[in-house]
Design a protein around this ligand. Structure first.
Ligand code: FES
Length: 215
């Protein structure tokens, strides 16, 4: 039976942050929508919980030590994945390629274009986390200034899915109706989300900017 550390692909003495980062990577790989399976996904979740709760012994009691338990044997009913998978696209790439924000094929074009990971890709947001922080946790430098809803530097355009902003902010109802959200105070509330970030120079947002704290 692989140990929970084997499942997450971390050393047994890895610190909690390393375990957490490994979990986020592995749970994404194991997600049924990403080529994994419900069983593998459940095994990764179970391994993470076992390590975090310090219950490696109970892992072996549950899963046995002699033969690898099949995923179906070891995994209880798959649970709903609480994380949100966010596909992002940099507005600069939209402009540079002559694409249109209203194009239904926009993200398909981005996938085919082979853009750098900074410009297009997918990140995971845990429940209740802000989108900007999740992007920064992945090492990205998305624009921001106030981090409190008082400017439009961190604005994103939601192309698919839903976000909610947690505090009062400077966006007009019209902008929100167009799909604009502030990533510093916005958290995804749908299972999946597609956003174009770095849209701060769009009409209606430019005048809401504050001096940038990026670059
Ligand atoms: S950085 Fe100012 S509202 Fe997000």
């Amino acid at each position: 039976m692989p140990s929970p550390f084997d499942v997450l692909q971390v050393d047994p003495d890895a610190d909690e942050q390393t375990v957490h980062q490994a979990y986020r990577r592995r749970v994404k790989e194991a997600h049924p929508d990403q080529g994994g399976s419900a069983q593998e996904f459940q095994l990764v979740q179970s391994a993470y919980e076992t390590i975090i709760e310090g219950g490696a012994d109970s892992w072996y009691e549950t899963n046995g030590t002699d033969e690898p338990a099949t995923a179906a044997e070891s995994a209880p009913e798959p649970e709903q994945d609480p994380n949100v998978y966010v596909e992002y696209l940099d507005y600069e790439a939209v402009v540079a390629n002559g694409w249109e924000l209203g194009d239904d094929e926009l993200f398909r074009k981005a996938r085919r274009a082979g853009l750098d990971e900074d410009a297009h890709g997918e990140l995971t947001v845990e429940p209740g986390d802000y989108l900007l922080e999740a992007a920064e946790d992945e090492g990205f430098d998305w624009p921001f200034s106030c981090r409190g809803g008082a400017c439009a530097n961190c604005a994103v355009l939601v192309v698919d899915g839903e976000m909610e902003m947690t505090v009062d902010n400077v966006l007009s109802d019209d902008l929100v109706a167009q799909g604009i959200q502030l990533s510093c105070i916005g958290t995804p509330v749908s299972d999946d989300l597609k956003v174009v970030f770095n849209v701060k120079d769009l009409p209606g947002l430019e005048e809401l900017q504050l001096p940038s704290r990026m670059n």
